[in-house]
Design a protein around this ligand. Structure first.
Ligand SMILES: Nc1nc2c(ncn2[C@@H]2O[C@H](COP(=O)(O)OP(=O)(O)OP(=O)(O)O)[C@@H](O)[C@H]2O)c(=O)[nH]1
Ligand SMILES: [Mg+2]
Length: 416
């Protein structure tokens, strides 16, 4: 009889607890969700308390024996370790266990690979996958082909993942060249926006917090919002007018997660960097998630690693419709403002818009000018990019009181 290829992978999650037990369990819980998203079924868990991760085998000798038994008992097809394994750890575990050995990074890469839809997204994912693969070629030999698919085999460059080291190197170089072009293009778009003085707000936050739903609610953008990890990979930008009449651009971005793989950050830099060129950050947090505080911490840490530190932040405590009762304890001291809302029901949107306006105003200059009538064209500019508070047509000119972006101050001075 020919054994049929197993459709679903049955995996055991393996974690090492160095300090905080709760934290390790939360991380494993999230790994389970990641595995599920990558279409694998979690059939067991194994956690070892250690002072440090074993440099050669991730977990210690005794635990490996335990894991062997567990693999057999649960009829598992592989394991997923909750940290990125070094090539040596991966190889040793594979030799010891004779099963498919995966890690958190591989799973996240796999999810990204399945999600990538634009050419930029695909290039970035392939680059990250190949870089990860480059040093781990030996690890995927027999166990992988035995399964004939599953986590780690998906991606835009599916066939190319089987390439040898030399070819991988040249493909990486080629991908880097192509991505350079894409980045240049993105840069030009950003510069154009900058020249137009339209402020940009980047929507950032933990994966599944509701970023895309927020963009949808604010702009009516037809984008994918799903109860899935990493539903969004490619940034989408849409415009929206604030109550004052000023236009603002909102950019939805890829979500963050703890232990976001280094190669992904590198490869997705231009996408992730959208936040770096924004004038303001809308940080979406999911109040219905019991681990919201850790998630917010991860978001700030990731932003820091991307060099985004000096932007005004509005933290949005989203999904209010899902929670009840006293929420006094919900705070974010790192944010400049906080807003409670529900992107799904629309509750709280007016307050959010008001808050965005308040932040914008802080970045603006208040002018009080009496323009001669031949300068009337400048009012156009003010209405478009600023916020007109008062315009009074007097005998000797037009009196204007308005908030304007600092960048256009020079253009609005009275010519004399
Ligand atoms: N009840 C409730 N659900 C919400 C709210 N906002 C978003 N959701 C749901 O949360 C899930 C995730 O929403 P998305 O908007 O896709 O989240 P995201 O932050 O863009 O996620 P990624 O792109 O995967 O990082 C979806 O099922 C939404 O319907 C809300 O205010 N209330
Ligand atoms: Mg999204």
């Amino acid at each position: 009889m020919i054994e049929l290829a197993k459709e679903t992978e049955r995996v055991i999650l393996v974690g090492v607890c160095i300090s905080d037990q709760d934290d390790t369990m939360n991380s494993l819980e999230e790994l389970k969700e990641l595995a599920e998203t990558a279409k694998a079924e979690t059939v067991g868990r194994l956690v070892q308390n250690r002072e440090q991760i074993h440099p050669a085998t991730y977990i210690g000798k005794g635990k490996i024996e335990e894991l062997k038994d567990l693999l057999w008992e649960l009829d598992a097809t592989g394991i997923i370790c909750d940290d990125e394994l070094s090539p040596v750890q991966m190889k040793n575990l594979q030799d010891e266990l004779d099963t498919k050995v995966m890690d958190r990074t591989l799973v996240i890469l796999d999810i990204f690979a399945a999600r990538a839809s634009t050419s930029e997204g695909k290039l970035q994912v392939e680059l990250a996958q190949l870089k990860y693969r480059q040093t781990r070629l030996t690890g995927f030999g027999t166990a992988m082909s035995r399964l004939g698919g599953g986590i780690g085999t998906r991606g835009p460059g599916e066939k190319k993942l089987e390439m040898d080291r030399r070819l991988i190197k040249s493909r990486i170089a080629q991908l880097n060249r192509e991505l350079k072009d894409v980045r240049r293009h993105r840069q030009v778009t950003r510069e154009q926006r900058c020249r137009n003085h339209i402020p940009v707000a980047a929507i950032v936050g933990y994966t599944n917090a509701g970023k895309s739903t927020l963009l949808k609610a604010l702009t009516g953008a037809d984008i994918l919002a799903e109860d899935k990890l990493f539903a969004t990979l490619d940034p989408t930008t849409r415009g929206r007018r604030l109550p004052s009449g000023q236009e603002i651009l909102l950019t939805d971005t890829v979500g963050f997660i703890r232990k976001l793989p280094h190669h992904l950050i590198e490869a997705f830099k231009s996408t992730l960097e959208e936040a770096r060129y924004a004038d303001l950050l809308l940080h979406v947090a999911d109040v219905s998630n019991p681990h919201m505080d850790e998630q917010m911490y991860t978001v700030y840490e990731t932003l820091k690693s991307l060099g985004v530190t000096d932007k005004p932040v509005i933290t949005i405590f989203n999904k209010q419709d899902k929670v009840e009762g006293d929420q006094e304890s919900i705070r974010d001291f790192r944010a400049d403002y906080t807003v409670r809302m529900s992107a799904k029901t629309g509750e709280g949107i007016p307050e959010l818009l008001k808050t965005i306006e308040a932040v914008q105003r802080e970045r603006k200059i208040l002018i009080e000018f009496l323009y001669p009538y031949q300068d009337a064209g400048k009012l156009q500019l003010i209405r478009r990019y600023g916020e007109m508070l008062e315009e009074d047509y007097q005998e000797d000119g037009i009196f204007v009181r308005a908030y304007i972006p600092a960048e256009i101050y020079e253009n609005l001075k009275i010519s004399s």
